[in-house]
Design a protein around this ligand. Structure first.
Ligand code: A3P
Length: 322
């Protein structure tokens, strides 16, 4: 069907919403699509005991979470590059990680023991660093109700680059990896993992006035990382001098991150390779650019994303510089 005008695209979006069904391993939780295993985790997360000095890095997947995690961890830990040699998976606890492991169901990998994030966090005596892709509405009640001063750094990225980056990321989830066209229809009709994108992003954007919430944009990290570093340092009640800034910028550069085994997921991809489960070439640090969606999406896909964004992001004040 040729689609040319905004009205046609709106119609197409509406049709897709009706046509595309949720895959049977998903469930919907307060409007968010998650692996159905989350059903067991949700009450535990709801009641999770937060601490005032917890540091959270949250995002919709593929928004530059890893990059932000590394930056935040170093700033909160006195630029401890030695400590940063430990893997990011050890330094942060992925709150809903166990539920997500359901993406591996019926595969060999599920037989591996997966540590329970909540038990691990309860036992942790040191300052806790927590990663989550959950929307605000699914965070622990203590956070939502403002009973704790835990600091939350939320990363946002323009949906077109997120869409493409997420597609490539599915290569490490054997059950989720399908053709770009099939994936795109699920993403745009809000039937993919962690969808709806706009709900995830705006749920935090609408909390940006809270003193314990800081929103950072991937595009600003690419364009002016020093400013973002200072902003996060301020937020974490620390500071970075000029000399430290040089080393930090080098450490956080795309090439360094790409080759840094503590952050580049190589341990996971090596495991997948060993089990013959990596179906295509994969790298977490893939392009690291703003606007690389243009290389992979068709004009029709781009227009659909634009109309979808216009509908969902109307009058919110959130803009992306792409
Ligand atoms: P691309 O797939 O577009 O390259 P997440 O950590 O949330 O999964 O996000 C991954 C995205 O962040 C990837 O985007 C990755 O390349 C990008 N990224 C990670 N480190 C980066 C860096 N140092 N500079 C620029 N982009 C980076």
């Amino acid at each position: 069907m040729p689609v040319e005008s905004a009205t046609d695209y709106r119609k197409r979006l509406y049709e897709l919403k009706n046509e595309i069904k949720l895959d049977d391993y998903y469930g919907t939780f307060k409007g968010t699509v998650l692996i159905d295993n989350f059903r067991k985790e949700q009450p535990r997360i709801e009641k999770f005991e937060c601490r005032d000095n917890d540091v959270w890095v949250t995002s919709f997947p593929k928004s530059g979470t890893t990059w932000a995690q590394e930056m935040v961890w170093l700033l909160a830990n006195n630029l401890d590059y030695n400590g940063a040699k430990d893997s990011l998976e050890n330094r942060y606890t992925f709150l809903e990680g166990v539920a997500l492991a359901g993406a591996y169901f019926k595969t060999k990998l599920l037989k591996l023991p997966i540590p329970d994030p909540i038990s691990k966090l309860k036992k942790t005596k040191k300052r806790r660093f927590i990663k989550s892709h959950l929307p605000w509405d699914l965070l622990p009640a203590q956070i939502r109700e403002g009973n704790r001063k835990s600091k939350i750094i939320h990363v946002v990225r323009n949906p077109k680059d997120v869409c493409v980056s997420f597609y490539h990321h599915t290569k490490i989830f054997p059950n989720l990896y399908v053709s770009m066209e099939e994936y795109f229809d699920k993403f745009i009709s809000d039937k993919f993992l962690y969808s709806p994108y706009w709900n995830g992003v705006l749920s935090y954007w609408n909390k940006r006035h809270l003193p314990n919430v800081l929103i950072i944009r991937y595009e600003d990290m690419v364009n002016d990382l020093p400013s973002i570093i200072h902003q996060i340092a301020d937020f974490l009640d620390t500071s970075v001098n000029e000399e430290d800034m040089g080393r930090l910028l080098h450490h956080l550069s795309f090439d360094q991150m790409k080759n840094n085994k503590a952050v580049n997921l190589e341990q996971v991809t090596d495991l997948l390779k060993k089990h013959g489960m990596l179906k295509a070439q994969y790298s977490l640090m893939r392009k690291g650019k703003v606007g690389s969606y243009k290389e992979e999406l068709t004009e029709e896909m781009i227009s659909l994303l634009e109309v979808w964004s216009e509908i969902n992001n109307k009058d919110t004040g959130l803009v992306f510089d792409t």
